[in-house]
Design a protein around this ligand. Sequence first.
Ligand SMILES: *[C@@H]1O[C@H](CO)[C@@H](O)[C@H](O)[C@H]1NC(C)=O
Ligand SMILES: *[C@@H]1O[C@H](CO)[C@@H](O)[C@H](O)[C@H]1NC(C)=O
Ligand SMILES: *[C@@H]1O[C@H](CO)[C@@H](O)[C@H](O)[C@H]1NC(C)=O
Ligand SMILES: *[C@@H]1O[C@H](CO)[C@@H](O)[C@H](O)[C@H]1NC(C)=O
Ligand SMILES: *[C@@H]1O[C@H](CO)[C@@H](O)[C@H](O)[C@H]1NC(C)=O
Ligand SMILES: *[C@@H]1O[C@H](CO)[C@@H](O)[C@H](O)[C@H]1NC(C)=O
Length: 927
Amino acid sequence: MPKFGAKLLALATLGQCVVAALNCTSSSTTVNWLGEKPTYNKGVTFGLPWPQGKYWPEHTKFSIVGDAGNPEELQSWATGRWADGSLKWTGHAIGQSDQIYDEYTVTAFSSGCTDKSTSASLGNSTSSLVVTDRRNVITVNTGKISVSFLKTGSIIVDAIKTKDGKTTGENGRLVLQSQNWVPDRSDSRGNASIEYFNFDSDIHNVTVNQTSARALVTVHGKHKVTGGADHEPWLQFVIRFYLYANSDSVKVMHSIVFDGGAESDFITGIGIRFDIPLKGEEQYNRHVRIAGVDGGIFNEAVQGITGLRRDPGQEVKTAQYEGRQLPDTNTWDTRVTTRLKWIPTWGDYSLTQLTADGFNFKKRTKPGQSWVKIPSGTRSEGLAYLGGATKGGLAVGLRDFWKRYPSGLDISNAASDSGEITLWLYSPAAEPLDLRPYHDGLNEDDYEDQLDALEITYEDWESGFNTPYGIARTSEVYLFAFDKTPTSEELASLAAHIQNPPVLVAGPEYMHETQAVGGYWGLPSTTTDTAKALEDHLGFILDFYRGQIEQRRWYGFLDYGDFMHTYDTDRHTWRYDIGGYAWDNSELSPDLFFWMYFLRTGNEGAYRFAEALTRHTGEVDVYHIGDWKGLGTRHGVQHWGDSAKQARISQPQYRKYFYYISGGDERIGELLEELLDTDKTYGILDPQRKVRTDGWTPSPNSTVAFSLGTDWSSLAAGWLMEWERRGSRWEEAKTKLINTLSGIANLTNGFVTGSGLYDPVTWTLGPPPADPDNLGNVSVSHLSAVFGLPEVVSEAITYLGDDLPIGFKDAWIDYCYYYHAPAAEQEARYGVKFGSLSLYQAHSRLAAYAAYQTQNTSLALRAWKDFYSSDGFTTSAPWNITHVNESSVLTAVDEAAWLATNDIAQYGLAVIQNLAYVSNALEDYAS
Ligand SMILES: *[C@@H]1O[C@H](CO)[C@@H](O)[C@H](O)[C@H]1NC(C)=O
Ligand SMILES: *[C@@H]1O[C@H](CO)[C@@H](O)[C@H](O)[C@H]1NC(C)=O
Ligand SMILES: *[C@@H]1O[C@H](CO)[C@@H](O)[C@H](O)[C@H]1NC(C)=O
Ligand SMILES: *[C@@H]1O[C@H](CO)[C@@H](O)[C@H](O)[C@H]1NC(C)=O
Ligand SMILES: *[C@@H]1O[C@H](CO)[C@@H](O)[C@H](O)[C@H]1NC(C)=O
Ligand SMILES: *[C@@H]1O[C@H](CO)[C@@H](O)[C@H](O)[C@H]1NC(C)=O
């Protein structure tokens, strides 16, 4: 994608678009920092939505100015387009700046606009960013630092240099440690013959995306065993380095896919390691800084000259404490200088955050000598610096360090010519990462047993399905280069900065106005007491779940971001150990609710919460390689444990909001691409296998009956996004989407049919096997519309506009209307009653949509009636929390024993969508 505004094509070749281009269209929108204005802007990427038909990618330029009117260099690209090709979403990047404004104004200009209006920072390549791509090495110079990346071997980052040419870090590489078994208990350690393995990165390929405000270097590879041990290369990785113009730091997104065996590959350490050149730096001028708690910094020198029996002088001591070069030794008290050789140097430091509640900290002079304990603390902010007063050095930090325990920071060999920093994303001081099943199968020998077990623990278990093969995890790491040791205040504020990296975002009003984020939500409505009460409930839900994450310690390397499914009111604990009730794994779309909460409020807490959720559910709960690539795992005690591997859990719609708002986060983009072949999994794995009675078995390329709800909505969301993104397979995706929309429209009973027969070769959808002649099947499930179907359908209807296959919208409106219509009406329309269903509160938003679309006021009233008095939360729901403490529980907690995650997710979506579509009827209903 070329940078915008690069060229105007010759008029003759352009046809219609050029006419639009000749007129000047321009508009501005402001973007603000999420939450407080940050201390630093080290470069940021953000996304903006645009209304349909207003701007075209080839004929639009963008500028950005701070609120003092100062232009900044802006890089812009298209991340999504409307069906007509006009811009739907753009990504933008600005480089590092010292001046940080409260808000920025982004202006879009069509190319018919005169130079006058476009003079602000357009077209000029004033960027300080220079990328050099050579045969073996790519170098990115931001203007402040220069980072070279190697294209082969085990070293990824050759060197990070400051402007003065000082090398602050080099030989940046990945480290992985594993063992092939774990002893069952500590006293059987001696019996087991365990093999230990060390690996480092092995690069497959490196690409660079060269642009003006930021450069992105992407490295693919696997971890390769060292020291001649016998182990295949594994744990595939993608590391993305983001370097912004003028920036002295690098953001690193580190993603791995578990491609080992749960029974044979126990990870004991995952890390990123840099060497720090210290040659020529006096031991007393070498500094170690490690972030502690709430802005705390550990300030020490490798060879301390404070606290000694003899005093070198206050100036000397202060300089060392403050990380400055010490005055010449001639100026010191000679009783110290003559005895420097007796003062030990401390080469190694190790901070290990093994729980969310505390870290241990220790140091030693060198290997072979005992460690000395350093007073420990609670939650480290996860940043370590090693360097010298004259040589400079490097700081490395991990976002959410303590929340992603077991994490760690090691500094080694600091007294030698080359020190070392290792950031542990998984600390080798922890127990090995044990991904084996948590139970032995309980002799559930066949489907009959498994279905019966489901009746009691709600776990859908099956031999061989509890496998982590193919799950992933992404971590966010930051590197900062210094040409001398920075102040501890600066390091403390950098540690805080990486916990909540600055985000620029447009306001809810603008996002809503463009309709690019769906038309199914509106701004908070507090005009009446009835509406205000509903808004308060949404606020309650967000606050409660944020609080539960902390109180229930839903933290950890793989777990952080998720929350639990159902509560055990007797034990006052979430059912963390009960089959199908533990981790939520996106059940009933909480992802959609929390993102919509953010969209309509701009609330920072909601954004950070939803971001962590998206980073978790999209990675850990979904398979990224193998036969089940594209499918997710149903809720359970282990994120990958349940045997229901389904498209509804990997639903791309759950990643959509973050993808676009973030300006097209490349890792999320990659996850979306992975989901494009989900339809192929139906040729391998039958989601209905345990309950099927017709003898059908899957085979690749054969037709498959799938649900028009949970299955189709996930596939359709992925196809729609690929089309929007104009990804490499967008034409295929568009065809699949339109074919299946027509297929549904063609079914005699539309969505009420329940399922359809999909042909993965011709990409068409016909009547289900139960009704080959399309006479009118009726199969309505309470689950069909609670995994994104209404949101996906609504967006598809808007997206296709006049090109929507005839009959599709009516089919959807009928489904919305009849789901909870009086039985007699169902029977009159479909020949049968739907019988007793559930999740009527959830489905009230379908009635609201249909009421709005057909201007049916009695249906609008029915939507509110379904909302208030069907199931879900009744008007008597308490909306309060109870404090439980003392010996009733392990630690004091707040509980809301009356709610479950299924309920809040769908309640939240119903409130938001009902208010968006039928708020007029709310007072009529309430009065
Ligand atoms: C470079 O990055 C931009 C923005 O993310 C993207 O639109 C473009 O496709 C990328 N180019 C390549 C060659 O990957
Ligand atoms: C451009 O502006 C002219 C004059 O206002 C108008 O007639 C024409 O329709 C506009 N073209 C487009 C494509 O909007
Ligand atoms: C862009 O470049 C032109 C010509 O070099 C210069 O006159 C103009 O001031 C520059 N604009 C900005 C915003 O730097
Ligand atoms: C880089 O290697 C990965 C596998 O490690 C592969 O999936 C990807 O397509 C490769 N990219 C390029 C640009 O060669
Ligand atoms: C499925 O069909 C595609 C395209 O028609 C073909 O390339 C592929 O080999 C087929 N796969 C199998 C297993 O038959
Ligand atoms: C819709 O039905 C008509 C006639 O029944 C048929 O010709 C057409 O191919 C069908 N379209 C799709 C997309 O199934």
